[in-house]
Structure formats: C-alpha cells, structure tokens
Unconditional design. Structure first.
Length: 58
C-alpha cells in the first residue's frame, strides 16, 4: 500500500484521538500497537541513515 507522509500523519492523529477517547482497554492497546508499528516503520525509512555496523575493524 502506497501511503504518503500526509496520509500517515492523518492516520496517526486519528489513532491517537481514538485511543484518547476510548474507554475499552483492549481497543486502546490495539491503537497503540498500530501506532508503534507506524512509528517504527516511518523512522527507519525516513531518517536517511543506515545502521549497519561492522565489528571486524575492532
């Protein structure tokens, strides 16, 4: 699925709002789980750095 940065921001805001307004703990956990996945994917793809360490030089 092709999601733009704007789409992602809207989805994140909707999930945060839904989690704040919900009283069902299972539902809140589901929202937070998806938010963590989105945050993990977006930060890994957009930071511009590769975390590829070579320990052979030590």
């Amino acid at each position: 699925m092709d999601v733009s940065k704007n789409d992602l921001a809207i989805i994140e805001q909707a999930l945060k709002t839904a989690a704040i307004n919900s009283t069902d703990y299972e539902e809140i956990e589901q929202y937070e789980s998806v938010l963590k996945k989105l945050d993990k994917n977006s930060s890994a793809q957009n930071d511009g750095f590769r975390y590829d360490y070579d320990d052979s030089s030590f």
